[in-house]
Design a binder for this molecule. Structure first.
Ligand code: SF4
Length: 257
């Protein structure tokens, strides 16, 4: 399901409080460098025929200002400005400028709010994106597997240029300034068994976390309808079981079951 607006909410979120979403992606198609088997926006192919129409910097500015003015008039407090939406936010050509705009608006209107970005981290290789992410309170970086073959099966990168090796290098470079987000699952896709909690993959994943040393890890299970139907939602107890393994490596973790 696609988000139908550029500015979304605020939506009440367990981890972010009152979260005002900023969707820098098209409204009629998904636009991402991954095609995750669990993506709530569906498969890339389902909307690929629609044009990539991105909101301009001026659109975002005007809509954000309007929504903030409405919320302030209603006495609504925003706890997080959250970049998320129909794909990968860092693909927007004015992403860096928009980050500066959101920082400015946050400082002016809701100085206690945090700025959160949900990203698949494939664009961290670009220095300007890497630097922009440093300005955010919560850069949340996706890492769903310990090995390339499992990353490719779960996240289905749209190009070979999004190599796992480079992704991991960038996550290590970002280190404790980033939060790692991981969705744990089991299932099948295209006749292949998929599991990022297999002993082999999860062991490698723990090894990567020891090298990345993130601020903390967010562990998730599937929450909504997924494009691949043959996926199993892990229970909270299972998430806690894997969270404990992460804690045992000296890395903080929060569980969202
Ligand atoms: S990175 Fe996010 S938006 Fe892109 S396919 Fe995966 S879940 Fe969907």
């Amino acid at each position: 399901m696609l988000f139908e607006n550029t500015i979304i909410g605020p939506i009440r979120s367990r981890r972010l409080g009152n979260s005002l979403g900023i969707n820098l992606l098209p409204l009629k198609r998904k636009f991402c460098t991954y095609d995750c088997i669990y993506c709530e926006c569906g498969w890339n192919k389902d909307t690929i025929e629609n044009k990539v129409e991105l909101p301009t910097y001026d659109d975002v500015k005007q809509q954000l200002e309007k929504r903030i003015n409405e919320l302030k008039a209603e006495g609504v407090v925003v706890d997080s400005f959250t970049f998320a939406g129909n794909g990968e936010p860092t693909l927007h050509p004015d992403f860096v400028r928009v980050v500066d705009l959101v920082v400015e608006m946050r400082d002016k209107h809701y100085p206690n709010a945090v700025i959160t970005l949900l990203t698949n981290a494939t664009q961290l290789c670009k220095p300007e994106i890497y630097d922009a992410l440093q300005k955010l309170d919560n850069p949340v970086l996706k890492l769903d597997a310990g090995m390339e073959v499992m990353r490719n099966s779960i996240n289905k990168p749209t190009s070979e240029k999004y190599s796992f090796e480079e992704l991991v290098e960038n996550l290590i470079r970002f280190g404790s300034k980033g939060i790692i987000q991981t969705l744990l699952l089991r299932g099948t896709n295209e006749g292949k068994v998929i599991s990022n909690v297999s002993e082999e993959d999860f062991t490698e994943y723990l090894n990567l976390l020891k090298k990345i040393r993130p601020k903390y890890v967010m562990l998730y299970a599937i929450d909504r309808a997924t494009p691949e139907k043959d996926l199993e939602k892990l229970t909270v107890d299972e998430l806690e079981f894997y969270a404990e393994k992460i804690r045992n490596e000296g890395v903080d973790v929060k569980v969202y079951g």
